[in-house]
Design a protein around this ligand. Structure first.
Ligand SMILES: [Zn+2]
Length: 288
């Protein structure tokens, strides 16, 4: 199957009542771990790349080259999408030119008129090239790549206006936030989620800020139309934790334990395990 847009995998997920995970990548180790997990779990997968992460990896075309190379060399047979996460208007166009198969244009910080105008433009540009598009209404709380959102709850009527522009999937703020949830968090607004799904018809919905949402709430959200769930912080936590354990146990000082291929192995394995765990929760295992 290889590199595809996210359209078909999300429409199938929506129909069959599961969600496809978007796992953000930062480097070669993460990409390898997530692709291998998807292949072993026979699950479709979306590789999320923020503009900051793309810059870190030296540019959009490096990301595309690396992912295409791995699909070939690891014999990845499940569908894989490379998706721009929280893209700007300019960034979305640039990554499409570089070979991304899916983009998110995040116009949630504009007023609704400007969000509509810019989303419409990106949809037209992407559609010609067979690229899937995610749009956002109602910002998601927390901080991601320097973008700080207050976490407002989306207006279902505005969701309908954006959904009608021909986007593939829609992210709507429903009390979710990026990063860790505060102790006094009130939970997802599943009532608003239901309203959004009712008014937008069969539009696949996207849940950002998946880290720390109780498993049962995630399952409930999937039954209400969430077909794509973004995972980032949780992989970062387990990667850091396992890397720290390795160093603190002094393993880098034994033999050639300082070799980066050894040093980064426990963290990489932890990202693999976390990916499998999430795919199992989302119900996407054996769906590819
Ligand atoms: Zn997000």
């Amino acid at each position: 199957m290889g590199l595809v847009s996210a359209k078909e995998m999300l429409e199938t997920a929506r129909k069959e009542g599961y969600a496809v995970g978007q796992f953000n990548i930062n480097n070669l180790e993460w990409t390898k771990a997530i692709l291998q997990a998807a292949e072993d779990a026979k699950s479709p997968v979306i590789l999320g790349v923020s503009e900051g992460a793309a810059k870190y990896m030296t540019g959009f075309s490096t990301v595309v080259g690396m992912v295409k190379g791995m699909i070939e060399n690891l014999n990845i047979s499940v569908p894989v999408a490379i998706h721009l996460d929280h893209g700007t208007y300019e960034g979305a166009k640039k990554c499409i030119e570089a070979g991304f198969s899916s983009v998110m244009f995040d116009g949630s910080h504009y007023d609704i008129e400007e969000n509509i105008a810019k989303t419409k433009d990106i949809v037209a540009y992407a559609k010609e090239r067979g690229i899937s598009v995610e749009a956002e209404v109602g910002s998601i709380g927390g901080e991601e790549d320097g973008v700080v959102g207050a976490g407002e709850v989306a207006d279902p009527k505005e969701c309908k206006m954006i959904a009608d522009l021909g986007v593939t999937m829609l992210a709507a703020g429903i009390g979710n936030i990026h990063g860790a949830y505060p102790d006094n968090w009130q939970g997802l607004r599943l009532d608003v989620l239901k309203e959004i799904q009712d008014i937008t018809g069969k539009m696949p919905l996207v849940l950002h800020g998946g880290t720390g949402i109780p498993d049962q709430m995630v399952r409930d959200a999937i039954t209400l139309g969430v077909s794509k769930i973004n995972v980032n912080t949780e992989c970062q936590w387990v990667f850091a934790e396992k890397t720290r354990e390795y160093i603190e146990a002094g393993k880098d000082k034994v033999g050639k334990g300082f070799d980066p291929r050894k040093l980064l192995a426990p963290g990489t394995k932890a990202v693999y395990d976390k990916t499998i765990e999430k795919m199992t929760l989302f119900g996407s295992v054996n769906k590819a």
